[in-house]
Design a protein around this ligand. Structure first.
Ligand code: FAD
Length: 232
């Protein structure tokens, strides 16, 4: 299990986190949603149920995995949120830089995450750069963030609307949002984003999402993992 903060959130990157803010989810709901076809309902799981969940996953009977809800509170860089928000099956509410002033929290990759891209589109590999280049990249990012945030603050102080001043802020700035999603769409998200082909930064968040999902629905998660991580 990943280390947790006092409020149960999983820290991700330098200023981010994933926190399960609320949940209505268990493996029993999957089994009962499937068995209602035969007007049957169970009060607790038994040994045969893992087989049924595995069957539903394998045969892509997806709707029994929709009778649940996970409400996550996430803080991540805007470029990660942009990838996340492409997942349309789910609900989002995000921090507004029209209504509230931006905070000076920016993503600076750890030295080992400063990488170079090798190969062709579709089959890139990412390799670590020299310690010198990693350090200078981090310094350049920090300097650029500082300058951008300085301009932002100056514009706001001069009376420029926050919705205009924010135009100067880079996609490395952190944002926050709530994301409510059912297990079916969540598995689709982690199959795509907790994957080798996903960008490393969103992958770290997807790992945290998957860990919290597995705690709530261990049998469903095991069936997902055993089905080549393909969502039903
Ligand atoms: C490695 C990677 C690279 C990517 N690169 C790009 C890129 O370069 N440019 C870019 O624009 N996007 C890119 N994407 C985003 C990608 O195209 C999807 O928009 C994103 O992953 C959301 O996936 P989804 O549609 O399956 O999820 P959701 O939107 O949550 O949808 C879940 C499922 O619901 C169904 N569904 C939802 N909406 C519809 C619909 N309108 N019609 C029919 N079925 C629907 C589909 O079965 C879908 O799989 C990338 C994603 C990944 C993982």
């Amino acid at each position: 299990m990943t280390e947790r903060a006092a409020d149960g959130s999983i820290p991700v990157l330098d200023h981010g986190f994933v926190r399960l803010d609320g949940v209505m989810a268990d493996d029993l709901s999957v089994v009962n949603a499937a068995r209602v076809s035969f007007a049957r309902r169970k009060l607790e799981l038994d040994d045969s149920d893992a087989g049924l969940v595995g069957f539903l996953m394998r045969e892509r009977h997806g709707s029994p995995f929709e009778h649940n809800a996970f409400r996550f509170h996430v803080r991540c860089p805007i470029f990660v949120a942009r990838e996340w928000f492409r997942h349309r099956i789910g609900s989002f509410n995000e921090f507004s830089m029209r209504y509230a002033e931006a905070k000076d929290e920016f993503y600076v990759p750890a030295v080992e995450d400063v990488r170079t891209q090798v190969g062709k589109p579709g089959s890139y590999t990412f390799e670590q750069v020299s310690p010198e280049l990693a350090a200078s990249t981090r310094a350049e990012l920090e300097a650029s963030y500082l300058a951008a945030f300085g301009t932002y603050q100056r514009l706001v102080e001069q009376g420029i609307a926050r919705e205009v001043a924010r135009a100067v802020l880079p996609v490395g700035i952190y944002t926050e949002f709530y994301w409510t999603v059912n297990a079916r769409a969540l598995m689709n998200f982690v199959s795509l984003r907790n994957a080798e082909s996903a960008q490393r930064e969103i992958r770290r968040f997807a790992e945290a999402v998957e860990e919290l999902f597995a705690e709530q629905m261990p049998i469903t998660h095991a069936a997902f993992a055993g089905n080549s991580r393909t969502a039903p």
